[in-house]
Ligand binder design. Structure first.
Ligand code: FPP
Length: 259
């Protein structure tokens, strides 16, 4: 058991350089969709005697770095769990700071994302975020909507149980309206009522900061995802670690319940 656990949290490729890792990764099938739970910003700041917001600022830099790395590797969909439906319970000042991050990101990164052909999309009920947050997020979507490269999802005010409940409500509405019949309800139909409609399920989910749980992230979609955990706090998560996670993923054999 311990051996299996160790495989999750440490990589056998720790001694390879970043460019050797990249070369190795590119020889094997690349995960199409990678989801990341970016955890540990607060602890990173606390360790340095800084306010938690400084951890989020440092985390933002890592987000940028990993988007670039995902493009290099040829990942098609990258989803960040940026703000959960539970995160509203945090101190007002911290929530305020997080809500302003998209504005800052827009100012610093929109042009590069457009140049890199990245298509930015949101998952979650962003209507509940302040007007300035919504307008920054909508601007990202609007300015990148015709891009055909990496699909970059930010899950903001997202909760998987909430997503599933809404999907069920919409399915019931459509049954009542006669748009579908009960017998048509299957996994494929359910997927079309989720916020990720049209996107492949994640192949790989990464969570930083040593927490070994999925915290209401893409619960339906991760049924067959490979999970990869690391003790590193998100602001310390490097491009090299990202490549290690992908290489670990490539070494696992996915049987989808078959032998
Ligand atoms: C978790 O760390 C991190 C968050 C709740 C926020 C993550 C957000 C970003 C990295 C930026 C997102 C950017 C855009 C543009 C949407 P934590 O605060 O829970 O850390 P802790 O567990 O150590 O307290």
């Amino acid at each position: 058991m311990l051996k299996t656990f160790k495989r999750w949290v440490s990589s056998e490729y720790a001694n390879l350089s970043k460019s050797d890792l990249l070369t190795e990764i590119l020889k094997h099938p690349i995960p199409v969709h990678v989801g990341i739970i970016t955890d540990g910003n607060g602890r990173w700041a606390k360790k340095r005697g800084l306010p938690r917001t400084a951890g989020h600022a440092a985390g933002m830099k890592r987000v940028r770095e990993i988007i670039r790395a995902a493009g290099r590797v040829g990942i098609q969909v990258l989803t960040f769990y940026s703000f959960s439906t539970e995160n509203w319970k945090r101190p007002h000042e911290e929530v305020n700071y997080l809500m302003k991050l998209p504005l800052e990101f827009l100012r610093t990164d929109l042009d590069e994302l457009v140049r890199q052909n990245v298509k930015v999309q949101m998952l979650g009920e962003i209507e509940r975020t302040p007007a300035y947050t919504q307008s920054a997020l909508r601007k990202f979507e609007e300015k990148t909507k015709n891009n055909t490269g990496l699909i970059l999802n930010f899950a903001i005010n997202y909760g998987a149980r909430d997503e599933i409940i809404r999907a069920i409500q919409h399915i019931i509405e459509d049954v009542e309206k006669g748009n579908i019949v009960k017998e048509e309800i299957n996994e494929e139909l359910m997927s079309r009522y989720l916020l990720t409609r049209g996107l492949p399920d994640p192949d790989l989910i990464i969570r930083t900061s040593g927490e070994i749980r999925v915290s209401n992230f893409l619960l339906w979609q991760l049924a067959y995802s490979e999970l990869w955990f690391t003790d590193e706090l998100w602001p310390d998560f490097t491009e090299k670690m990202f490549y290690q996670a992908i290489l670990d993923y490539q070494c696992r054999s996915r049987r989808y319940g078959a032998v």
